[in-house]
Design a protein around this ligand. Structure first.
Ligand SMILES: C[S@@+](CC[C@H](N)C(=O)[O-])C[C@H]1O[C@@H](n2cnc3c(N)ncnc32)[C@H](O)[C@@H]1O
Length: 183
């Protein structure tokens, strides 16, 4: 990773709580997964100020892939993310989608290697139902906060775990990651 991007991520990590960003170890894991699996098409639901998007797009710069990231907060977080993506030099690997995820998802590409859920928790089942048939074989759906928001995400977790077309695991990384790999 270029020192410029490393330093930017370090600076942004100082405001992690303000912008509800993923933990550094979660970013490292997602970055490594994309590079090792040569994932190309990634969807993120919940851009915030772009911290996780930089981890994802940095990996996609190696696989020649592209990130589509959705954010509904027009006044603050969406433009901040645009600014941070510019600073990272990774903008060409990123398409920002402004809007409420349930309406914005259909405007994104049809198939993904990875979909990362990090927006409002009560919509996870809806995202799952919309996206489970749009993940390429060997691709993944990953949800953050699975341990920190265990109660809120209980029904979603159950639903995803009982789907035989995915193999799931929960990793105690950051706030807890649910990883579901498409068989
Ligand atoms: C937990 S933060 C995302 C953090 C970001 N992934 C990171 O780690 O840098 C959740 C973001 O999702 C956005 N959000 C919440 N519900 C949304 C929805 N239904 N559609 C689009 N964005 C949404 C919020 O405005 C917020 O910026």
């Amino acid at each position: 990773m270029l020192p410029k991007i490393k330093n930017l991520l370090k600076d942004l990590s100082l405001t992690r709580e303000t912008f509800w960003n993923i933990h550094e170890e979660t970013g490292e894991f997602l970055n490594l997964l994309i590079v090792s699996q040569k994932h190309k098409t990634v969807l993120e639901i919940g851009t915030s100020n772009g911290y996780s998007g930089i981890w994802l797009a940095e990996a996609l710069s190696h696989t020649k892939g592209h990130l589509h990231t959705i954010e509904s907060n027009l006044k603050k977080r969406f433009p901040l993310a645009t600014e941070n993506f510019k600073k990272s030099g990774l903008s060409k690997y990123i398409t920002q989608i402004l809007g409420h995820a349930p309406e914005a998802i259909p405007a994104s590409p049809h198939k993904f290697d990875l979909a990362f859920f990090d927006a409002t928790k009560y919509e996870h089942i809806l995202y799952w139902n919309t996206l489970k048939n749009r993940i390429n074989k060997g691709g993944a759906i990953i949800a953050d906060n699975i341990i920190s928001h265990k109660k809120d995400l209980k029904d979603f977790t159950k639903e995803i775990q009982k789907d035989k077309s995915f193999t799931t695991i929960i990793l105690p990384l950051g706030t807890g990651l649910l990883i579901a790999i498409k068989n």
